[in-house]
Design a protein around this ligand. Structure first.
Ligand code: PHE
Length: 339
């Protein structure tokens, strides 16, 4: 029996030394030490031994078990270490490889000019106000002195979500939101998207951008409006830029005007760019109608104000000499990379 035990130990060690996989180790453990393993089979025969032989063989069997267990554990840790090494070797990266080029994005021309206009107005003490693009009819039309049957609504048709809720056609709606929550002195601009049921062509888009301006305080006059807009245009287009105010009509301003900027292509003489006019129309403006002030809870006998709404696309197109508005929405990188 002693020889059998020694033989088991020897063959277990031999098999272990040639074992190269962690999975195979478990099979060896079962083969030698498991319930149906070789060592157990020998121990089962111990009943046939004499009283003197039993402790000797018992001790030897325990030693063989301990030795095999130790050898198994050693092998397991060395296999694990090898596996780790192999993994590290396989994962090593070559830091001398050139990196992947990651193209940097840049601002869209609409954003560039919007930021510029915001900067100019912040420099004059204006705050930036935000308003909803999906709004109630009340804010877009009714509170701006455009009741349901007003003919001017025809020029600003839009997508109606319900009878009372629509995509805003003008940022003038923000005037009402602001005056409902703030009391004078008010000095804000509000840039944002507006929507109109217009077919797409070189100068029209169903989605475009406006920047609304609103000033309400004691003693605000038309000359304040003119001075503010003159300052804006000089900062945008240079100091020799001239503007002119033409009488116009908006239901929510009285008096109202349209503001043109001198054509910088011909300097006012008239050319193909300004269609012979010498001036190019840029925005609508006027003194806030007393009805609009009163509707927002502002006493029109104490306060007055001016408002204007300028089309951002127009300013961008004049600035960069872009002749087709569609270019601004097509996201063609050959176009966008020029800014
Ligand atoms: N909201 C007007 C438009 O879209 C422009 C405007 C704004 C006119 C403010 C007067 C005062 O045409």
């Amino acid at each position: 029996m002693k020889q059998q035990l020694e033989k088991i130990e020897a063959s277990a060690k031999e098999e272990l030394s040639s074992c190269s996989e962690i999975k195979a180790l478990e099979a060896l453990r079962i083969k030698y030490l498991g319930k149906k393993g070789e060592l157990t089979a020998i121990l089962k025969q111990m009943g046939g031994l004499t009283a003197e032989e039993r402790p000797v063989i018992g001790q030897l069997a325990n030693k063989v078990r301990a030795d095999i267990e130790e050898a198994l554990a050693e092998k397991l840790s060395s296999l694990k270490a090898n596996q780790q090494q192999a993994k590290i070797a396989a994962e090593s990266i070559d830091i001398t490889l050139p990196g992947k080029h990651c193209g940097l994005g840049k601002l869209h021309p609409l954003s560039i000019v919007e930021n510029e206009v915001k900067d100019i107005f912040m420099g004059m003490g204006f705050d930036i106000a935000d308003g909803p693009e999906v709004d109630y009819d009340y804010y877009v039309f009714e509170a701006l002195n455009l009741p349901p049957d007003h003919p001017a609504r025809d020029t600003q048709d839009t997508f109606y979500i319900s009878d009372k809720v629509l995509l805003r056609t003008q940022t003038s709606s923000v005037q009402v939101h602001v005056m409902e929550t703030q009391k004078p002195p008010i000095r804000i601009i509000s840039p944002g998207r507006v929507y109109r049921s217009d077919a797409v062509d070189a100068t029209h888009s169903p989605l475009f951008h406006q920047i609304e301006g609103l000033v309400v305080d004691k003693g605000i006059k038309m000359s304040d409006l003119k001075g503010t807009l003159e300052m804006l245009m000089k900062k945008l287009y240079g100091n020799d830029c001239k503007i002119r105010l033409r009488p116009h009509h908006f239901p929510f301003t009285e008096p109202s005007c349209e503001v043109d900027v001198m054509c910088f292509n011909c300097g006012g003489k008239g050319c193909s760019m300004c269609k012979g006019e010498g001036y190019i129309e840029l925005l609508g403006a006027g003194m806030v109608h007393p009805k609009v002030l009163e509707g927002c809870g502002i006493d029109s006998t104490v306060y007055s104000g001016f408002a204007f709404g300028l089309g951002l696309e127009r300013i961008v197109m004049r600035r960069y000499g872009i002749s087709d508005m569609r270019l601004l929405y097509e996201n063609d990188l050959r176009f966008l990379n020029q800014f």
